[in-house]
Each structure stands twice: as C-alpha cells, then as structure tokens.
Design a protein around this ligand. Structure first.
Ligand SMILES: Cc1ncc(COP(=O)(O)O)c(C=O)c1O
Length: 430
C-alpha cells in the first residue's frame, strides 16, 4: 500500500533542504473512479433520464465487434461511443422520426420503422447535413429564392467551395417550370414552404414529383409547418429538415436540428453524421423531449393569437398587407388550405414605402416584443427584414417588411403594445 509520504510531490523550485510545499495524504485514488457507478434499484420514471456519456462499455471483444458493425450500419439503438447515441438522444431520435415521419408509412404502421431521424446541433446544421449527405462536387442543387438566409449563405459559401453548384428558383414555380431547370447533374430540389420572411407557399407535391421524375431527391425545411400542420412524406418529399429549436423546444433555450428520412435513405444520412462527428448533448435532447410534450397546445395558442394580431394589423394605417398564408387574401391561401392543416405564430407585415426611416420607432421600445432572431419560443419577437442580397431571382420591391413571432402572451397586451408602436411610427420625423 502506498504510504502517505511516498505521495509527497517534489517541487523543482525548492532547494534540496527545503520542505516540499505540495503534499497529498490520500491513500488510493481508485475509489474515486469506481464508486457510485452501479445502481441496482430499477426506478421507472415518466421521462427518460439524462444519460451523459462519451465512453460506452462492453462485456467482451465479441460484443465490441457486433456493436461496431451494427453502429456502422445505423441499426437502431446500436452505439459504440457517445457520438453514436445514448438512451436520451435515442429516445429523441425515435420521437422525432415518429412525429415528423407521419405519412412515410401506412397509417396503421405509423409507429413502425418507416423513418429515422439524425440529430445535429442546430437547424442550420441540419440543412448542411441534408445537402452534404446527398450531394458532392459536380452535383447541382435547386434552391428557392425565399430560402432561410443562412441557408443561402451556406449554399453560396461552404457548398460552393465543395464544388456543389446552386441555382436559385422562384418559390412559386410550377412543376413544368422546375422541369426546365433540372439538369442531368441535379441531385437535390430543396424546398421551404412558406418561404422565410415573404411566406410563399410552394406546390410541394408537384415539385417533389418533378424531382423524382428527373432522378433527384426533394428535401424541405419544415420549420413553419411543424409536425402538426405539414407532413412532408405525405407530399412525396424524401428528406425533412426539422429545426427543433423552433416549436419543438419551444422555450427559447435550446438549439437543435434533425434530418428525417425513410429507412431507405437512412444509411447515407447516418454515414454522413458519423463521418462529420455530429452529435448533440443529452441535456439538450432532454429539453427538446420535454418541450415536445406541449407542442400541440402551444402551437394551437400561437396560431389563434397570431391570426388575431394579423387581422388587427390589416386595419392599421401604414400597412400595405400582412403576409400570413392563413389570411384569405394571401396569394397562396388556396394552396395553404390544400396542404396545411393549420398555421403557427410567425408572419410578416409590409409597410408603405417611404416608412423605411420610421420602422425603428415601431420596433424599438416595445414592452412585449423582443428584437431578436429565431422564433417558435413562448415569447413574442419583432424583426425588420433585411432582404438585400437575399432575393436574386426577384429582388424585393415592396415597402419595409417586418417579421413578427406571436408568443403566448395575452393578445390584448400585444395589441396595446403594437398600437403604441404604430403611434410612435406615425409621429416619428420623416
Ligand atoms: C426557416 C428556418 N429554417 C432553419 C432555421 C435554423 O434553425 P436554427 O436556429 O436551429 O439553426 C431557422 C432559424 O431561424 C429558420 O427560420
């Protein structure tokens, strides 16, 4: 046994006769590594626990070999290391695959293994993963002009550097128009419906069918539709990109994204996630699991409140139009009714031209609306659009555009706040 004295650590800064200043009287460090690691009491809880792990342990080398093979193939629940998954992240992978995968398998089989979900650290990372999994140097990708801004930057930056060519297209293009843009190298038709800030509703089924006819995959950013109101696989889409940061998490405190595909495409997605070393923390996965329990109730309230605010805005002086697909005068309202079963809290309002210099008075100093990016949390947000450079097919030619996210606050409070904003905008110097 090690005697306490043998643990005296000599200091190089002291002379031979000086007494060492750093001592340890510990007998053995081993218990510190070994205690408290086995819990025999099995406790069933309503929620999966947060399991944090880098190392995953095995009983034998044969077990290691099997796990390596299964993990490489993307077998459900197989893992060799924390990046491959732990119980908390696996539970969320299952939950996202099942909720988002609606329509990928016959209804009776919905809970079955029709779809799989890969988790990544943000919605933007999910866009990157989805494209990089299926496109490589020399391939061509079609993207709507209304794509989420950082998605466009990704396409023009990292994807272009990787040799992937992007063509932007009018989000309201019809299938015949899309067919004309398809090239032999077109691997992906990317969709986002409604479009960011300008809320165009795409003909998802028609465009996905055109992609398939030309040997390309279709993928959609399904942030706005959420698993409640738009089911990409029912419309023939191959890949659903899910920014879990939005309503899934729902509390403005966690970032995450998912790529959801059918079993057939899963090995390609899984290989790419593994190859890039992408994974999420169990703490964050737990927060998303917790958030999704109340997703339907929250989105229902966001929807009702947002429509009330949108209708109020339509009556305000200085407002040209409200871009909300659920409003009957939205140009794509009929398509929205056909494809979506509801809406959420996010829409834009276009103000009269000439009010550019007064927008700050509307937006700043609001009591209940934060000036900030993202959306889908419990709180209301307001943000003027900066569309310069973000529309290359048809540059934005309208008046100032302001995006609102209507949170879970009382509508009366939000309207009172906005009323003050409109008053401030009206009296701001032109
Ligand atoms: C439509 C859309 N897609 C993707 C994202 C990216 O999600 P994340 O914030 O998790 O990166 C956002 C974020 O605002 C978004 O609005």
């Amino acid at each position: 046994m090690t005697s306490p004295d043998s643990l005296v650590i000599p200091s190089p800064h002291l002379g031979p006769t000086a007494r060492p200043q750093v001592r340890s009287t510990m007998r053995s460090t081993t218990p510190y590594s070994e205690v408290g690691r086995r819990i025999d009491a099995l406790v069933r809880t309503a929620n999966v626990p947060v399991v944090r792990a880098s190392s995953v342990l095995f009983e034998s080398l044969a077990e290691v070999d099997q796990a390596l093979q299964d993990t490489a193939r993307g077998v459900r629940y197989a893992t060799t290391y924390g990046t491959g998954g732990v119980p908390t992240t696996m539970a969320l992978m299952d939950a996202v695959a099942e909720l988002e995968g609606w329509g990928a398998a016959p209804a009776a089989d919905r809970a079955g293994p029709g779809t799989r979900a890969a988790l990544v650290p943000s919605g933007l990372a999910a866009i990157a993963l989805a494209v990089l999994a299926f496109a490589a140097s020399g391939d061509h990708v079609l993207m709507p002009d209304s794509v989420y801004g950082p998605g466009r930057a990704l396409a023009q930056g990292q994807l272009a550097r990787a040799g992937i060519e992007i063509t932007f297209y009018d989000p309201r293009i019809d299938p015949a128009g899309l067919a004309q843009l398809m090239r032999p190298q077109t691997r992906i038709v990317y969709l986002e419906s409604p479009g960011s800030y300008t809320f165009e509703i795409q003909d998802v089924a028609g465009l996905a069918a055109t992609a398939r006819e030309h040997g390309a995959l279709s993928m959609i950013d399904n942030a706005w539709g959420s698993p409640l109101h738009f089911h990409p696989f029912e419309h023939g889409v191959d890949v659903s990109i899910v920014p879990l940061t939005k309503y899934w998490g729902g509390h403005a405190d966690v970032l995450m994204g998912a790529v959801v595909v059918t079993d057939e495409l899963w090995p390609t997605v899984w290989r790419t996630v593994r190859g890039l070393g992408l994974c999420v923390s169990s703490d964050d996965a737990w927060l998303i699991l917790r958030g999704l329990r109340t997703l339907p109730q929250r989105v229902a309230q966001h929807e009702v409140s947002a429509i009330a605010v949108a209708q109020w805005l339509q009556r305000q002086e200085g407002v040209v139009r409200v871009l909300h697909p659920a409003l009957p005068d939205h140009p794509d309202h009929a398509r929205w009714r056909r494809d979506f079963s509801g809406s959420c809290g996010l829409f834009s309002v276009e103000l009269e031209r000439g009010l550019e210099g007064q927008v700050a008075a509307l937006v700043e100093g609001r009591r209940h609306f934060g000036i900030g990016y993202s959306w889908g949390g419990f709180e209301s947000l307001i943000m003027p659009a900066r569309l310069h450079g973000l529309r290359t097919i048809e540059p934005w030619a309208g008046g100032p555009l302001v995006r609102l996210h209507i949170g879970l606050e009382s509508v009366a409070d939000l309207l009172e706040d906005l009323e003050q904003g409109f008053r401030a905008m009206g009296s701001a110097p032109r």
